[in-house]
Structures are given as C-alpha cells and as structure tokens.
Design a binder for this molecule. Structure first.
Ligand code: C2G
Length: 148
C-alpha cells in the first residue's frame, strides 16, 4: 500500500484543491491530508473563513481523502512521515524547491504537482467583494428618480 501525504489550509475549498487531492491520490493508494489548524494558520499569516473542524469535515467528504490529521507547526513533517509510514509527500508547484519541503527527500519521495491556474481563494474573495460593490451600486436610485 503506497501512502501519500500532503499539507494545506484548503480554505475556501475550490477546484484547484480538489485537482491537487485527486492527482495526489493517483500517485498511491492512501491519501493523508495534514490540515493547517486555525492556530497554525495564524503562524502562516493566513485567516481561514471556515474553522479547522469545518474544513476537516469538508475534506473528509472528498472521495480521494482517506485521513485528515492536524498540521500544527512547520516541524512535524518528519514525525508525520514516520508515524504514518508515508512513501510520497506531494505539494502544489508553488512550494517547489521550498526549504520547508526539500529536506523531506531524505525521508520519502517528494513530488510537486502543477498548480491549477485561474483559481485561488484570493481571486474568489476579490470577485465576491466586486459583486457586492456592484450590487450596492445597483441599489442607489438613479438621480431624479422617485425615492422607493
Ligand atoms: N493548490 C493548487 N492549485 C491552486 C491552489 C492551491 O494546486 N489553484 C494547491 C497548493 O499548491 C497546495 C494545496 O493546493 O499544495 C493547498 O493549498 P493551500 O491551502 O493554499 O495550502 P498552503 O496554505 O500553501 O499550505 O505546510 C505547508 C502548508 O500548510 C501549505
């Protein structure tokens, strides 16, 4: 049984995340997702919309995911690899060459998969803000029109 491990915040969950998880699972038989806790997100400088518990439930509902464990710090990866007998650690290409992952080559195979272009949480949030602004403008009565 080939065991695959990946890390992330996975918030707001989108198709880029799903594609990453699908391709990670295709590299083995069992996929473990180490999900950043809310506390660790603060350390990463990220603020997730959904809580850890909600993000965990959403990931557990994805057919490619076999186990979700907490990611609480940068230093736990070697222990994770040993404890869960990981054969391959997989990350998206934005982590390629990162010193936060390259040292794992001494403990397991390390594979970076291309990111899914055209989608990101930042883009989703910006698009929603823009939509709100447009909707807000539409509420403003035309000059000279009767107040409704
Ligand atoms: N991802 C992707 N395509 C996107 C967006 C994200 O392939 N359009 C990948 C990322 O490369 C990452 C995974 O999906 O491998 C999860 O993305 P994030 O939740 O943004 O992960 P990140 O905050 O980078 O956390 O210890 C490592 C960190 O926990 C990684």
């Amino acid at each position: 049984m080939k065991r695959v491990l990946t890390y992330g915040t996975f918030d707001l969950l989108h198709y880029g995340h799903i594609r990453l998880l699908k391709r990670a699972k295709e590299l083995g038989d069992y996929l473990i997702v180490a999900l950043s806790t809310d506390e660790f997100n603060s350390i990463k400088g990220k603020k997730a919309y959904h809580s850890y518990e909600t993000r965990k439930k959403m990931l557990e509902a994805i057919r490619y995911v076999d186990l979700v464990i907490p990611e609480e710090n940068w230093e736990q990866k070697i222990n994770d690899i040993k404890e869960y007998k990981v054969d391959i650690t997989v990350m998206g290409g934005d982590w390629k060459g990162s010193d936060k992952f390259e040292y794992l080559r001494n403990y397991c195979e390390l594979i970076y998969l291309d990111r899914t272009e055209g989608i990101s949480t930042t883009q989703i949030k910006k698009a929603l803000k823009l939509q709100d602004a447009v909707n807000g403008l539409e509420q403003i009565p035309e000059p000279g029109s009767k107040k409704t």
